[in-house]
Ligand binder design. Structure first.
Ligand SMILES: Nc1ncnc2c1ncn2[C@@H]1O[C@H](COP(=O)(O)OP(=O)(O)OP(=O)(O)O)[C@@H](O)[C@H]1O
Ligand SMILES: [Mg+2]
Length: 303
């Protein structure tokens, strides 16, 4: 299980982390502790997920705050942290004129895997793990978006790092590769610390022991999925109404999803009170809780 001693997981301690780009505050006073296992980072576009992950991956220095990874204080411990780290950036450039296998071989060499036989074996292993063996001989320039994503993951696994930082790994994957990737993540997370960002709440629900939610650079929540879900208990409703009725419902609420039902719609909403008395209480999911939180219907810190 994740978190057991001796499994090689890395602990991340961030205190008061902030990042400004000129006048833009991308991250504001983030306090976060991340332990072994899989940690999910959720948040709308521009929330600061990539900024936070780049700081954890030592690519970016924070403007303020302190960060220690596996006991190494940054920026002093940068080199030590890099030896523990595999990083999959959101935008990943490949050498279009190398084949997938050549590219990985090259990256492995840069990572210090000098023995050609060891390198060949490692490259083969990671190609297998991300299911790219069949395309390994093709030029990277001919890869589809999803194949490039998987190549990006493969390069991060080359040195078998105990700490993985992965920015939107499932974006652009087809359903089959998406599932396969979640399995890989779960397997890797058993003996590692993995921090990954996503827009897919279900991926977090399926894989993460803990998660954080960012919005506009602020940390709105950090804890277990169950804790976040408990915050919306008693405030999730299924409402059947016409489109017009739905729009006119009184009170503050967040619409999680709407589907057509009969002549009108069935909407799943998060609201403090039963909206217009039309709602039927529903069992809350992580998605309800996430939508409620980022929409502001659940005030921060409310239990
Ligand atoms: N290099 C930069 N220069 C200026 N502003 C930046 C830079 N990088 C990020 N930002 C700004 O910081 C904020 C957070 O961006 P970030 O990329 O971290 O968000 P994100 O949560 O990863 O979004 P997405 O879901 O779209 O990937 C945004 O307002 C963005 O415009
Ligand atoms: Mg991003």
């Amino acid at each position: 299980m994740a978190g057991e001693p001796g499994t090689g997981g890395v602990v991340v301690e961030a205190r008061g982390l902030a990042k400004r780009f000129g006048r833009v505050t991308a991250l504001e006073k983030v306090d976060l502790t991340i332990g072994p296992g899989i940690f999910g980072l959720l948040g709308p576009n521009g929330a600061g997920k990539t900024t936070l992950l780049r700081i954890l991956a030592t690519v970016l220095d924070p403007s303020e705050g302190t960060l220690a990874i596996a006991g190494h204080r940054l920026p002093r411990g940068k080199e030590a942290v890099r030896r523990l780290l595999g990083y999959v950036p959101q935008e990943f450039a490949v050498y279009r004129r190398l084949t997938g296998r050549e590219f990985l071989d090259y990256v492995a060499l840069l990572r210090g895997l000098e023995d050609p036989a060891v390198r060949r074996r490692r490259v083969q292993e990671v190609l297998e793990r991300v299911n790219l063996l069949d395309a390994a001989h093709r030029l990277c320039g001919t890869y589809s978006g999803g194949m490039r994503r998987r190549l990006a993951v493969a390069q991060a696994l080359l040195a078998d790092p105990p700490f993985l930082v992965v920015d939107e790994p499932t974006a652009g994957l087809d359903p089959e590769e998406h599932l396969r990737f979640l399995d890989l993540l779960a397997e890797l997370g058993r003996t590692r610390t993995i921090v990954f960002s996503t827009h897919v709440v279900a991926d977090v629900a399926a894989t993460c022991s803990r998660l954080a939610v960012l919005r506009e650079g602020r940390l709105l929540f950090a804890g277990s999925a169950a804790e976040l879900v408990s915050r919306v208990r008693g405030r999730v409703w299924e409402v059947r109404a016409s489109e017009t009725e739905l729009q006119r419902l009184p009170g503050e609420m967040a619409v999680v999803k709407v589907r057509p039902a009969g002549a009108g719609v069935a909407a799943r909403v998060v609201a403090g009170q039963n909206p217009g008395g039309l709602g039927v209480p529903a069992e809350p999911t992580l998605e309800d809780a996430y939508v409620g939180l980022v929409s502001g219907v659940l005030a921060e810190g409310e239990g």
